[in-house]
Unconditional design. Structure first.
Length: 184
């Protein structure tokens, strides 16, 4: 039995391509692959920061358990230094979490005709990949600095960790500048 009457690849293909183009998508355009790669890389960077935040939060919890016992008659007030260290750990975890959210919210170039009038999409996405590679490296380094570390060692390395957070923020600002055509 011949199936030539049931499935005419030429006509169906033309309809499918018109639908995809109408939706602004073409499977074979390099820009679509680059856009997907950009989103994947940013999700991995955010995942690394999520693990780092979890490590810092766990270290903070353990530190509080160890150095901030419940008040007793002999010691009704907690040690001020221990409170300061716990607060530093808490602040660091919040900072890492804020950057994780910022990475997830980063925009990608729009795939519309208006954007194409002002910017070529493929070079823009290639420029973003440079920043995304830097971002993943920075996030991995930050995560390695806190993973499986106790609260005291994290606080001892706090200045370097804060510089790392600032560097990640600068990378995100540079990445956003590419999208807004403020840098090249």
């Amino acid at each position: 039995m011949s199936s030539s009457g049931f499935y005419d690849a030429g006509a169906l293909r033309e309809i499918a391509i018109n639908l995809f183009y109408g939706w602004g998508y073409n499977f074979y355009r390099i820009e679509n692959q680059l856009r997907a790669d950009d989103q994947l890389v940013r999700s991995k960077a955010a995942s690394l920061l999520g693990m780092a935040m979890a490590s810092v939060s766990e270290a903070e919890t353990e530190y509080r358990r160890k150095f901030l016992p419940p008040p007793s008659r002999q010691k009704p007030f907690p040690d001020a230094v221990a409170i300061a260290v716990a607060q530093d750990l808490e602040r660091l975890a919040r900072g890492i979490g804020a950057l994780e959210a910022l990475i997830q919210q980063q925009p990608v170039p729009e795939n519309d005709r208006m954007s194409e009038r002002f910017r070529e999409e493929e070079p823009t996405l290639k420029a973003l990949i440079r920043y995304d590679e830097q971002l993943v490296g920075q996030c991995d380094l930050l995560a390695s600095m806190v993973n499986n570390k106790d609260g005291q060692s994290i606080v001892e390395n706090l200045a370097a960790l804060e510089r790392g957070l600032e560097a990640i923020q600068v990378t995100l600002q540079n990445r956003e500048a590419i999208l807004l055509d403020r840098a090249r």
